[in-house]
Design a protein around this ligand. Sequence first.
Ligand SMILES: Nc1nc2c(ncn2[C@@H]2O[C@H](COP(=O)(O)OP(=O)(O)OP(=O)(O)O)[C@@H](O)[C@H]2O)c(=O)[nH]1
Ligand SMILES: [Mg+2]
Length: 422
Amino acid sequence: MFVDKERISLKSGDGGNGMTSFLRFKGVANGGPDGGDGGRGGHIYFVGDRHKTTLIDFHFKHKYVAENGGKGDTNKRHGKDGEDLYISVPLGTVVKDAETEKIICDIYYDGQTHLVLEGGNGGKGNVHFCTSRRHAPHFSQTGEKTELRRVILELKTIADVGLIGFPNVGKSTILSKVSNAKPKIANYHFTTISPNLGIVGYFDDSFVCADIPGLIEGASEGAGLGIEFLRHIERTRLLVHVVDVSGAEGRDPYEDYKKINAELKGYSKELAKRPQLIVLNKSDMYGAEENIKIFKKKINGRKKIFVASAIKGEGLDDLIKTILEMLKEMPAPAPIEHEEFKYEKVDVRKFEVVFDEEDGVYVVDGPIVKLLERNVVLNDMDSLAYMQKTLKDYGVIAELRRKGCKDGDTVVIGEIEFTFMD
Ligand SMILES: Nc1nc2c(ncn2[C@@H]2O[C@H](COP(=O)(O)OP(=O)(O)OP(=O)(O)O)[C@@H](O)[C@H]2O)c(=O)[nH]1
Ligand SMILES: [Mg+2]
């Protein structure tokens, strides 16, 4: 099975919780706080692997989760960091955020490694909450929780040249004659059902050629195998348009040529503008001679035409030489240019204050709620004092006052509810 597009979900590791503990040794009732920090959650990376050719792994497994960080321990011991997860993908895999469809990365080179999701930070142990006035903090911070993210993987094969044309015109035969590829060849439509790649060597030069399933009229509306496979020639620098010039299947060669170009345009205007060389194949067959004349007249020098008989291996040498010359003049292939897209960690300081008329309470909402929930142990006075300080430092108290909150009013922050007292 050939799989070239999949949607998967990713979750980097949560941070481990910080520890609340106190030094204990013989004869000392209460030593100082010694709770260590939680470990960092595992990151998620994508890595280019030249041995992979499809996204089949992702067809059977959709969810990828990196390990959570371990919790902090006594004696200021740091929790273990969660193991990072490296996901290998074939070269040419474009990773997009499923929600915005923005490109996160284009994995183009073997071994290329891209960090997609950072693990959560570990929570701080109680040792960090010690101040000159608070000698024995009975609270620590929980680890940072990460969110599940959905991404789309799309394989866009990396090749210099793409073969296009109707089914059965001899595309795979050409590839088999000029490259090391051994594609299936047969006298019926849609013999090729997934892209074939071949390396074409010519003395010291070489290029990569892609052969994709045949297109038919209406392919851009889903006829035949559709135009999805054009994705695999999007990166090519040059197209070789193969036409069956014998007309043996009852179609007019020039009409074929126009129809394929219309389908290309239906898929992508850019791809339709890619330089094209025309191969008039099956020139050995009856009826070809006349059609070649007509075709050439219609093109009228606008495009380079190669008359070939792939089955006999004729006319292909010239084609290869021309391709190599043209490729030399073209800019080197490169990954897709895109804006940098990164999953941001939420800004934990953000909040808003709204007055809930029905319940007559002030509600503080936003990422700060999560932060406070991570830091506050409800039944612990020290911890509540710490919360008060955080609310003041982050401007929540000022905002509450600005919204009309007075002493004695009730404030709700997530699970926490308290009476406002200035
Ligand atoms: N007479 C003749 N037959 C050819 C020539 N080139 C290919 N064929 C035959 O045409 C048939 C189709 O060839 P393929 O290479 O499989 O064609 P394709 O364009 O890859 O076809 P799809 O994969 O179905 O799109 C096979 O039977 C080939 O032997 C040629 O130059 N002359
Ligand atoms: Mg084929």
